[in-house]
Design a protein around this ligand. Structure first.
Ligand SMILES: C[S@@+](CC[C@H](N)C(=O)[O-])C[C@H]1O[C@@H](n2cnc3c(N)ncnc32)[C@H](O)[C@@H]1O
Length: 362
């Protein structure tokens, strides 16, 4: 991870350019967003090598030629488009990823719809340890009880962002989770039921118990009912931060995907201890997370570090995408050990298979 742990080897001139990109980044971002939502970038993608003039783009997008030019000059400064013979706009490589790459689109829509306005309150959130940006949507302690009541576009972008990452990993990890042929899997933070449904379809004998906040479980039950598998699930509406929260007992496998990053280190420790209480020596606890220090690509670390600040400003004020070492310490402190540690799952997930440390008695 040289890009992360060494000083940047660039000239002063380039460093100054990079500093300007940061200084104007919200303006650059909104320019790209407008070019996307007016379909100008899509049109340039479709026209390929031919490109299009400002006049053609203005007619196509129903905005003024002034609007097209002012946006595309900025886009040319960002390498999103380039200008051929002074009058024809052509999509450049960065623009190609903005229009066509599903990862970039999930991230852009999440930033615009969920994060953009709330991030203005980041400093307040950092100082207070509270998700101060969440007030742009209403009065909630964290984003989780709010999820099902957020405006439709916000909800859509939140779920698409969340699902995009887990969807790529679920098919890869299913065979690992089912290696020991579990009868019952506890899905903690089951959300809309994507994992639960993946398990029910993967093994027609397995039963699922799901814990989450009541709002999410209502959606999950509807999704499972649509596939006619309601009799193979049981839901346990629980706020796992409540002092009297109890883990469901009797599962052979406990599954936590993109769940523990929703909590502070103290909360993670309490939740893991709650899980350990219902585990026997035969229970496996699988934790799937993205860690900033376990990424193969610089782009992945960039996304993860940005996502951490969404947690700060909007989600809960005190959680993040963790460093794997900090996480392993919490796992061990809770009375577990890591039996398997697998990196590079999907788009950068790491899977820990944990067991109860039977030598710890207190
Ligand atoms: C980021 S989503 C992860 C969803 C899913 N497991 C996945 O991999 O895509 C986190 C889930 O944890 C749930 N959650 C957050 N805080 C919770 C709490 N205090 N008690 C129970 N569930 C909670 C949320 O409702 C949400 O469904």
């Amino acid at each position: 991870m040289d890009y992360y742990s060494k000083p940047k080897d660039i000239s002063a001139l380039d460093a100054k350019l990079e500093a300007q990109k940061i200084a104007f980044s919200p303006i650059a971002f909104q320019a790209v967003m407008t070019l996307l939502r007016t379909d100008i970038l899509k049109y340039l993608s479709d026209t390929g090598e031919q490109g299009a003039t400002a006049k053609q783009l203005a007619e196509q997008s129903k905005i003024s030629e002034y609007g097209v030019k002012v946006l595309l000059d900025m886009a040319a400064s960002m390498g999103v488009v380039w200008i051929e013979n002074d009058d024809t706009f052509r999509l450049d490589k960065i623009g190609h990823f903005i229009v066509n790459d599903k990862l970039t689109l999930a991230n852009i829509n999440f930033t615009q719809d969920v994060c953009y306005q709330g991030m203005f309150h980041l400093e307040e959130a950092i100082r207070s340890g509270k998700p101060s940006g969440l007030k742009v949507f209403g009065d909630w302690p964290t984003i989780y009880p709010a999820l099902t009541s957020l405006p439709d576009n916000v909800k859509k972008s939140w779920f698409e962002f969340d699902h995009f990452y887990s969807d790529h990993s679920f098919p890869e990890v299913l065979p690992i989770i089912f290696e020991d042929k579990p009868n019952c899997i506890l899905d903690v933070g089951g959300n809309t039921g994507k994992w639960t449904l993946a398990c029910l379809n993967f093994d027609t004998d397995v039963h699922m118990a799901i814990m989450d906040l009541p709002q999410q479980l209502t959606v999950l039950q509807g999704n499972v009912a649509e596939q006619g598998m309601s009799e193979r699930i049981e839901v346990h509406p629980t706020d796992l931060l409540a002092a009297d929260a109890q883990f469901y007992q009797g599962a052979d496998v406990i599954w936590m995907s993109q769940f523990l990053d929703c909590f502070s280190q103290e909360q993670i420790l309490d939740i893991l201890k709650g899980a350990v209480n219902v585990m026997t020596q035969d229970t496996s606890l699988f934790i799937m997370e993205t860690y900033c220090d376990r990424q193969r690509y610089e782009a992945a670390t960039y996304c993860i570090n940005a996502t951490s600040l969404y947690f700060t400003a909007l989600a809960n004020g005190d959680s993040r995408m963790y460093h794997s070492g900090d996480f392993i310490k919490l796992i061990q402190k809770a009375g577990l050990y890591v039996e398997k540690d697998i990196d590079d799952i999907g788009l950068g997930h790491t899977l820990f298979k944990c067991r109860k440390n039977m030598r710890i008695t207190d």
